[in-house]
Design a protein around this ligand. Structure first.
Ligand SMILES: [Zn+2]
Length: 285
């Protein structure tokens, strides 16, 4: 399954503005509060997300939804430095189920958004939590602000049975992945794919196909994975973005995905959609 998907919660939007029902749910013995260390997940001895009873505790909470009727909440955490994260979180993610990662990812993204949007973007007044954590409301001008999702395209250019992989300087040693970039205002997904491949690698593409999508909670992206056909395999790299790039064959990609030490590169981790994209591409999808 694609990483950070499959939480399977009933988000119960109709309850978010129902103060009475929310108070009832928070006082309910079944209500559970997600445990976080700053914003990182806390795992129990079995490697599952750790939860605590809510016990009508005071504070601001994000109502995550209903898990087979049981209400789940996450704390609203005041971050010291929004936008920062430790690499150690990726080690935890590699141990977590996809479903747990999805539940935690939503809590992390909404927390980041609150920390980055404490003041109204229209009039500058400090805003307050609204809609059970799924919004902020401005007491100055009445504006409502909602958690945002930033679309990012991540794509493989394909040429003559090989796929284009690139490497950013901050990647772990040996890691190569699909190229990616933010969708800009005024662009379709297809146009963003073509622009990013041209900007970063000098590759012209056509026939962009959607493959899969994934939320990415650092801080709040929606990764949109695509494959596109390149007319030429000549590369012209933007070295500010990419340290290196190469065209990988199917067998090279299969070896990397299998963790073969003889593979020419280290595959992206299973919770990253680049892994899903390479898996689908190598299977001929
Ligand atoms: Zn305002």
């Amino acid at each position: 399954m694609t990483g950070f998907t499959g939480a399977g919660l009933d988000r119960a939007d109709h309850l978010r503005l129902d103060a009475e029902r929310l108070a009832d749910m928070m006082a309910n013995g079944d209500a559970r509060l997600l445990r976080l260390a700053d914003l990182d997940p806390v795992l129990d001895a079995e490697g599952r997300l750790a939860w605590a009873p809510l016990d009508g505790a005071e504070g601001d909470y994000i109502f995550l939804g209903l898990d087979e009727g049981a209400p789940l909440f996450a704390p609203l955490v005041r971050m010291q430095a929004p936008g920062q994260r430790a690499w150690s979180v990726f080690r935890l993610l590699s141990m977590m189920s996809v479903r747990d990662a999805a539940i935690w990812g939503a809590a992390r993204s909404v927390n980041e958004w609150h920390n980055r949007h404490r003041f109204c973007g229209i009039c500058g007044t400090e805003t307050g939590v609204y809609r059970a954590g799924w919004g902020r409301k401005c007491p100055g001008c009445g504006a409502e602000h909602f958690p945002r999702v930033d679309p990012v395209v991540i794509m493989l250019a394909e040429h003559d049975g090989r796929a284009l992989l690139g490497r950013q300087p901050q990647y772990p040693q040996g890691r190569y992945s699909a190229l990616a970039g933010f969708v800009e205002p005024g662009e379709s997904i297809e146009e963003a794919v073509a622009r990013e491949l041209m900007e970063e690698a000098g590759v012209a593409v056509r026939d962009v196909r959607y493959v899969a999508s994934q939320p990415w909670p650092f801080p709040g992206s929606l990764m949109i994975a695509c494959i596109a056909s390149a007319d030429s395999d000549v590369l012209s790299l933007d070295t500010d973005e990419l340290e290196d790039a190469f065209w990988a064959s199917r067998s090279e990609v299969e070896a990397a995905l299998a963790g073969d030490p003889a593979a020419p590169f280290l595959a992206p981790p299973s919770f990253a959609i680049a892994n899903t994209l390479l898996t689908r591409w190598s299977a001929g999808g």
